[in-house]
Design a protein around this ligand. Structure first.
Ligand SMILES: Nc1ncnc2c1ncn2[C@@H]1O[C@H](COP(=O)(O)OP(=O)(O)O)[C@@H](O)[C@H]1O
Ligand SMILES: [Mg+2]
Length: 252
């Protein structure tokens, strides 16, 4: 039997008293990639944030389990240490920090270490950048230097590769991604899975092309805070043809 890495059980979530998620259930087993699709405002980012323990959201009912453990009382830091990964979206507050400096801190935190040698991180990072086809100069870039969509994705995938998550939550930027950025994600997910085959992935995306390359085990359609259908990649193709209208009717 496969092990459930992440299980959401009838999850209800609010922000500022307004309901956003209205009963989401989902199981990601070891080694599985699940894609989450849905119209803008459906609650996809909320779902990723609430799994990570973002304090701006209130779980009003339901549970989240990581490898069978109810994580309700865990802070975001504890969740990160236990291997839940959501790419850090670097607010202004960390200006002047380079990609490698940030990774060094994040890996130390994930592994429960006080310090990590710069050399060690540099070696790991260089190896991963090579495998992912990234320019080594990227490691020295500063996080708030105005990354393009593709650079954000590179940073996210590098974080995923080096932090060795139990479950990686990859949330798509709202601004859309170009072909280059999609390639970074597709290649990144494939390469990191080869190295860490047990890792689970929950991938938010609009891009059918990306799903065709990544071949997720399951695709879920989220509309108005509910999963209205789950299936294989052919679901994504249906969306490309007809949008979400047929599911909107289901959720209403
Ligand atoms: N922190 C918040 N406070 C209030 N409303 C929020 C918050 N986060 C999300 N929402 C609302 O919840 C809904 C779902 O948002 P979101 O999860 O970002 O959707 P998606 O990622 O699917 O586009 C939207 O109506 C959004 O305005
Ligand atoms: Mg979103």
């Amino acid at each position: 039997m496969s092990t459930a890495l992440l299980e959401l059980r009838d999850l209800h979530v609010e922000a500022d008293g307004a309901p956003i998620l209205r009963g989401v259930s989902l199981v990601v087993n070891e080694g599985e990639v699940h894609a989450l699709m849905g119209p803008n405002g459906a609650g996809k980012s909320t779902l990723a944030n609430v799994i990570m323990g973002h304090p701006g959201y209130q779980v009003t009912a339901g549970e989240i389990f990581l490898r069978g453990e109810n994580i309700a009382t865990w802070t975001s830091d504890e969740r990160a240490r236990h291997g839940i990964f959501l790419a850090f979206q670097y607010p202004e507050a960390i200006s002047g920090v380079s990609v490698i400096q940030f990774l060094r801190q994040a890996i130390a935190a994930r592994k429960g270490l006080e310090e990590l040698s710069v050399l060690e991180v540099r070696l790991d990072l260089a190896e991963w950048m090579d495998r992912l086809g990234m320019d080594p100069a990227f490691a020295e870039r500063h996080l708030n230097e105005g990354f393009s969509g593709g650079e954000r994705k590179r940073n996210e995938i590098l974080q995923m590769a080096l932090l060795e998550p139990v479950i990686a939550l990859l949330d798509e930027t709202d601004s859309g991604l170009d072909i280059d950025a999609l390639r970074v994600v597709a290649r990144g997910v494939r390469t990191v899975r080869e190295e860490h085959p047990a890792m689970g992935v929950l991938l938010v995306t609009h891009y059918v092309k990306l799903l065709e390359e990544i071949e997720p085990e399951q695709v879920h359609i989220l509309v108005d805070g509910r999963i209205v259908e789950s299936g294989d990649v052919s679901l994504a193709t249906r969306i490309e043809e007809g949008g979400y209208d047929s599911w909107r009717a289901v959720s209403a």
